[in-house]
Design a protein around this ligand. Structure first.
Ligand code: ADP
Length: 501
């Protein structure tokens, strides 16, 4: 099992050099999405109680495109008073309208939102790629369709909650404060808003400060869908706005996705209150490749797990655990595949790897990569030409890193993979679980029984078998250990927004 024959080695080497020639001789013609039909307003206000309102303190911040460093819009910065207004609007909407409405009626509104997302899919995908830097292939084929799917899925639950909880009495929690990160701006908004509304809660949501635009477009959609005022309120701002939402005394539930550090801070800030909390935090997933796996398929999954989306995924397969016997062949095949990755304009339909979301994030990635080099691991970066403007980092991997290295322990949140080896399934499990995180893992093997055996022993909330980074609204997502608690999606996700007796 897992032995590499001489001829296989030769063929990998030949393919590697062929890929180099191919790269040199063949350039894709640019195929960018047109942006002339996209409307980004110069300035966005806060969406409170169904109306667009200026922030009371009159403060605004800029959102820029990380691929061009161009300012896209000015966005309102909500202060504590605006948060208070939004919570009051959400409370009124909850008490007077939404919690009293029949599930079948709520479902109609939620269906309407999902349809409107589908109608505006192209615009949403383009704005997502402009504001966040992710390739249009991802925003068009993953983020936006999944966002619509989450609203569709939860619309279906709104009038069937009695069946979700086996007939047990249940009620909504009240006002949900929701704080989301920049890696899947629209999708995270959908993950949070759709189940909250389906279960009868009202919402105050804050998108991340570097990617506010698609949440604001979603607010426009919600307005067009004529949701009762105050059912969904969207507040833009940075950490202080998030902290004001989390600590507001009239918020009943906090749902947070972001860094483990901020998650812990929120947990402390609400200690001693009756607020309910779900946290979806960092990850350091192990993608485990056995020698009996289809290696080409595994390499494709590795690339999907860490390089597509620039590694800006909390469940990114950032640690690759390879059975020792196939280490060299995997490394060569991976280099081979990395030669063909196209990095550049996120709006280009051929782009695989887009821009790093912000200057700050780029700084964090560089710091950890330098730490990896200093700790003696061997670095390989794909020989890609980085655009002059914007924030970019080449697809990179490290070999020869010990488990104690920072690159093997800390979340990098960039296109950087740390490759380590194992000899037995037990060693793979021990290494995979040797982390403070526990969000996701991947297993690549020809044997279904091995997947089950491994999956039951891996301490990770989501485990993919012979695939990676696949999502579905009916499948619960969430972590173990310091990756957080609570689930989003599926029937389990409804529990995060419901009080069940
Ligand atoms: P990331 O490292 O993914 O940027 P953060 O945890 O810094 O993660 O940010 C995730 C979200 O949390 C963003 O919307 C951010 O504005 C918000 N945030 C940052 N600091 C705080 C805080 N102290 N309290 C509440 N929300 C915060």
């Amino acid at each position: 099992m897992g032995q590499i024959t001489r001829s296989e080695k030769d063929s990998v080497e030949k393919r590697s050099s062929a890929a180099l020639d191919f790269g040199a001789a063949w350039e894709y013609a640019p195929a960018p999405e047109a942006t002339d039909h996209i409307r980004i307003d110069p300035k966005y206000e806060l969406f409170i109680g169904g109306k667009w309102r200026a922030p009371r303190a009159g403060k605004y911040f800029q959102t820029i495109s990380p691929s061009t460093e161009q300012v896209l819009a000015e966005v309102a910065e909500a202060g504590a008073e605006d948060v208070d207004d939004a919570v009051k609007a959400a409370r009124q909407a909850y008490d007077n309208v939404w919690s009293k409405m029949r599930g079948a009626e709520r479902a109609k509104y939620i269906f309407r939102i999902s349809r409107a997302i589908q109608e505006k899919a192209r615009e949403l995908a383009i704005v997502e790629s402009m504001d966040g830097g992710k390739p249009i292939k991802e925003s068009r084929d993953v983020d936006v369709p999944l966002a619509a799917a989450h609203f569709f899925y939860h619309a279906g639950w709104a009038d069937k909650l009695d069946y979700a909880f086996q007939g047990r009495p249940h009620r909504p929690l009240g006002v949900a404060g929701q704080i989301i990160p920049w890696n899947f701006p629209l999708l995270m908004a959908a993950w949070k808003i759709a189940p909250a509304l389906a279960c009868g809660n009202t919402v105050v949501l804050k998108p991340a400060e570097t990617t506010p635009l698609t949440a604001l477009l979603l607010a426009q959609i919600i307005e067009e869908c004529e949701l009762p005022p105050g059912v969904v309120n969207i507040l833009t701002g940075a950490g202080a706005t998030g902290a004001a939402i989390a600590s507001h005394p009239d918020v009943d539930k906090i749902a947070f996705t972001g860094s483990t550090g901020v998650g812990k801070r929120i947990q402390k800030s609400i200690a001693g209150t009756t607020k309910r909390l779900t946290l979806e935090l960092g990850g350091k997933a192990a993608n485990i490749v056995f020698g009996d796996a289809s290696l080409d398929q595994a390499v494709e999954g590795i690339v999907r797990g860490i390089y597509f989306n620039q590694g800006h995924v909390c469940c990114a397969g950032s640690r690759l655990l390879v059975e020792e016997s196939v280490h060299d062949v995997i490394v060569r095949k991976l280099k081979d595949r990395m030669m063909t990755l196209r990095l550049g304009d996120p709006l280009d339909k051929n782009t695989d790897v887009g821009a790093i979301n912000s200057k700050m994030q780029l700084g964090k990635i560089r710091e950890l990569v330098e730490a990896g080099e200093q700790e003696g691991a061997e670095r390989y970066s794909a020989p890609v030409k980085l655009p002059e403007k914007g924030y970019w980092f080449p697809p990179t991997f490290f070999t020869g890193a010990g488990q104690s290295c920072r690159i093997a322990r800390e979340e990098i949140f960039g296109p950087v993979l740390t490759i380590m080896t194992f000899r037995t399934p037990d060693e793979a499990i021990e290494k995979a679980n040797n982390t403070m995180y526990g969000l996701s893992a991947g297993i690549w093997t020809d044997k279904g029984s091995k997947i089950f055996h491994m999956a039951t022993r891996l301490k990770a909330g989501v485990i993919w078998g012979n695939t990676y980074n696949k999502f579905d609204p009916s499948s619960p997502f969430g972590g173990y250990k310091e990756s957080g608690f609570g689930r989003e999606g599926g029937r389990q996700g409804l529990l995060a927004y419901t009080d069940v007796e």
